[in-house]
Design a protein around this ligand. Structure first.
Ligand SMILES: Cc1cc2nc3c(=O)[nH]c(=O)nc-3n(C[C@H](O)[C@H](O)[C@H](O)COP(=O)(O)OP(=O)(O)OC[C@H]3O[C@@H](n4cnc5c(N)ncnc54)[C@H](O)[C@@H]3O)c2cc1C
Length: 373
């Protein structure tokens, strides 16, 4: 197939992963074109906008994207009083501004960023067709095109497990510096959240895709409860939602024809399967994918494998543990009906049981429940 555009690196998707990839590939000297389906960076926002602080982490985007600091987590298990996790730090961001800042960084580095340019198909020989009929050939295609990644599907590396979400933004009636997490057996394969953003907050939840129809009644009930408690306002300012990959790393590298494929961020399944947090992983993997693409273009035959190894070193253990905890809880639903409060605590990052090895009372409890089911 002849191409309308020949380029070193084509980045599909300009969320945090794609913008970071485009910036790094361009900085390293590659010719970079990035294409995004949406008309504007970061919009519509499909995010609860909390960035947990990682060791040695920075905010990645400009300071103007930071809305407020978070210093603790409160976990509400069913109707129990909240369990406090002090010193659980991070930032609430303005996600639209965060993404726009990253796109600006990509442009400043020399990457061409085109909006309102959806990828329509990715051919088995690696050529990419846009919806306007343009055909693009690239040495490397970076799939940073989110949970339903067309690039990942073409490469045989699609996300297989997704959580569906629903979120509203409402007034927050008194200042709060914690992330509130709500665990309940009705919220199957997920949890509900209240994340404060100054005078408003994001209130939402995620569940296994098969329970998608429960999202609205569950969110309405949580909203009504928090209104009755005097914590949030009745008026809904915004609605959003979207899919979150929860099946772990899809595989990061493939070859289609003569085109190398690298996946990053949600397209690569790097979102944490328990918390759903994926912004940090998107930026970090995007940056590495961009550097890797430029290195391959410059003739480094080992770069793709180095990328795979580095992502595994960075995220492999936490993804594997989260996957295990998620499956342990889902097994309970499959076999026994519903998990107990203690079992739900064992599946959430705020509790020591979550971090312990398999041979622990919590794990044995899960095991016993499984055996008596
Ligand atoms: C409701 C919700 C709440 C969340 N809350 C948090 C949170 O609080 N903290 C956190 O860390 N993570 C959160 N996440 C996850 C987080 O949003 C993602 O992990 C993160 O956005 C991943 O970045 P990405 O660049 O890989 O993918 P995305 O941000 O999804 O970007 C992919 C881009 O690709 C574009 N695209 C898709 N298909 C095509 C196509 N065919 N052609 C061209 N472009 C295309 C999309 O338009 C999009 O802009 C949440 C997710 C959801 C749905």
């Amino acid at each position: 197939m002849s191409a309308d555009i020949d380029i070193d690196v084509l980045v599909c998707g300009l969320g945090p992963a794609g913008a970071s990839a485009a910036a790094m590939a361009a900085k390293a000297g590659a010719n970079v074109l990035a294409v995004e389906r949406n008309a504007r960076p970061g919009l519509p926002v499909q995010c609860a906008e909390f960035v947990p602080m990682m060791i040695g982490s920075e905010l990645f985007a400009g300071d103007d994207a930071r809305v407020q600091n978070i210093d603790r987590m409160l976990t509400f298990v069913e109707d129990d009083r909240a369990d406090l996790t002090p010193d659980f730090r991070g930032y609430m961001i303005d996600r639209a501004r965060f993404d726009a800042d990253l796109v600006e960084q990509a442009r400043l580095a020399g990457g061409e960023c085109r909006f309102a340019s959806p990828v329509r198909t990715v051919s088995p020989d690696g050529a990419v067709q846009l919806a306007d009929g343009t055909t693009i050939r690239a040495r490397i295609v970076i799939g940073a095109d989110g949970p339903h990644s067309p690039v990942g599907k073409a490469a045989g590396l699609a996300n297989r497990e997704l959580v569906e979400t629903r979120q509203i933004t409402v007034d927050l009636l008194s200042p709060h510096a914690g992330t509130d997490i709500f665990l309940h057996p009705d919220i199957v394969g997920g949890y509900a959240w209240l994340f404060p953003k100054g005078k408003v907050c994001n209130l939402g939840l995620g569940v296994v895709a098969a329970r998608k129809q429960k999202l609205k009644p569950l969110l309405d009930a949580l909203h009504a409860r928090l209104v009755a408690e005097g914590r949030v306002g009745q008026k809904i300012h915004a609605h959003t939602g979207g899919a979150i990959p929860v099946g772990g790393n899809t595989g990061l590298h493939a070859i289609l024809g003569e085109t190398g494929i690298l996946l990053a961020g949600d397209a690569a399944g790097l979102t944490n399967p328990v918390t759903g947090a994926g912004i940090n992983a998107a930026v970090i993997s995007g940056r590495l994918a961009g550097e890797t693409a430029a290195a391959i273009v410059a003739g480094d035959g080992e770069a793709a494998q180095d990328y795979v190894d580095e992502i595994d070193a960075l995220f492999g253990r936490s993804l594997a543990l989260a996957l295990k905890r998620r499956r342990q809880l889902l097994d309970l639903y499959a076999q026994a009906g519903t998990p107990t409060a203690q079992q739900m605590r064992g599946g959430w990052i705020a509790y020591s049981q979550y971090w312990q090895d398999d041979d622990t009372p919590a794990a044995r409890g899960l095991e016993e429940a499984r055996m008596t089911a």
